[in-house]
Design a protein around this ligand. Structure first.
Ligand SMILES: [Zn+2]
Length: 354
């Protein structure tokens, strides 16, 4: 792990992650210098998402809320106590995955901004879907087949640490396309749309006077990147954009604080799996078989990323890559998505057994 040169000034004191693992770094508020802050949640697994805060003169902007109300509440209380109640008048939601905006309701007076593509996706992302997935998981757990029980365990475990019942989704009401900028208490904040990549509408937040980028989920570190949208070329282009901006520090969507060395790690992961999966695709393998073969290969297991959180996400990545290679750029339908997650749970079980 890269040791963080930026101090955690307000740790929550959590001795376990949401999934009862040993934290690799403290959860809490980190001071990035130049009145920029990050809320970092170890170890970057499902819903263990990071957020950001930039202070201007007399007002502040928050970058993302968290997956549920209780976790967002802890973050906001810590920020208020540590930084003397900054006036958060603006919230930027970096994309439409719930772990970056389902705590929005706790800032009822703020103005919410995201890309237009994320606005469109937010309309279809509802906490009821996570509750339904858990119900399906509990049903599968009662089935006779081992594969079904394993998938059931995985579906239940994914959302178990979170409270989706109290989420009242509040999608961002302001949308932009391409590039935009805000003036927050005299500071310029740049918003750059880089999706579709991880999702349809990913954006990154650049604070030029501080050399800070809140990269959200185009950056996963020590946690496996998952591609719900693609194409992978756009994701690599997004990483090239990060490089061009030459930041001092990058706050990833999941995982510890990093710099351009983290960008290199994500590029390496995406290039590696794309190359290996393409060979399988050209040989006529199914996405499912290809993901199993690549993830279980010695070449994959030799890489650092084989030990990142949730290596089974290569299953989703394989399905999305294969769809693009077949000329299907539309997002998978709900039944297809469930099949992908079912196969992903099988792969998780196989990798854990090994
Ligand atoms: Zn996320």
């Amino acid at each position: 792990m890269i040791p963080s040169p930026y101090p955690c000034i307000a740790p929550t004191g959590a001795t376990r992650t949401r999934f009862s693992a040993t934290p690799h770094y403290p959860e809490g508020l980190y001071d990035l210098g130049a009145d920029c802050y990050a809320w970092i949640v170890p170890n970057g697994s499902w819903g263990e998402a990071n957020a950001g805060l930039v202070l201007g003169d007399g007002e502040a902007v928050l970058v993302d809320t968290l997956w549920d109300v209780p976790n967002t509440q802890v973050m906001l209380e810590t920020i208020n106590q540590t930084l003397n109640h900054p006036q958060i008048r603006t919230v930027i939601n970096t994309h439409a995955d719930g772990d970056h905006w389902w705590g929005n309701q706790l800032l009822p007076n703020a103005k919410f901004i995201t890309s237009r593509a994320s606005q469109a996706e937010m309309r279809h992302k509802r906490p009821g879907q996570m509750l339904a997935l858990a119900r399906l998981g509990r049903l599968l757990q009662t089935m006779g087949l081992k594969n079904w029980r394993q998938a059931g365990d995985w579906f239940v475990a994914m959302g178990a640490p979170y409270d989706f019942n109290s989420v009242r989704p509040r999608p961002a009401e302001h949308g932009f396309e391409g590039r935009s900028w805000l003036s927050i208490g005299g500071r310029e904040i740049h918003l750059i749309e880089v999706g579709p990549a991880h999702t349809a509408g990913d954006l990154i937040v650049h604070v030029p006077d501080a050399g800070v980028i809140y990269a959200a989920d185009v950056m996963f570190l020590n946690s496996t990147p998952v591609m719900w949208a693609g194409p992978v070329e756009n994701w690599l282009e997004a990483l090239a954009t990060l490089r061009k901006l030459a930041p001092r520090v990058i706050v990833p969507g999941h995982g510890p604080l990093t710099d351009l060395s983290g960008v290199e790690a994500v590029e390496h992961y995406l290039r590696f799996i794309t190359d290996r999966l393409r060979i399988q695709f050209d040989q006529g393998a199914s996405a499912r078989a290809a993901a199993f073969r690549v993830a279980q290969s010695a070449a994959f297991q030799d890489q650092d990323f084989a030990r990142w959180e949730a290596p089974e996400r290569i299953m989703t990545n394989a399905y999305i890559l294969f769809r693009h290679w077949r000329g299907q750029s539309r997002p998978p339908s709900l039944p297809v998505l469930l099949k992908i997650l079912y196969d992903q749970a099988q792969l998780a079980a196989a990798l854990n057994d090994a």
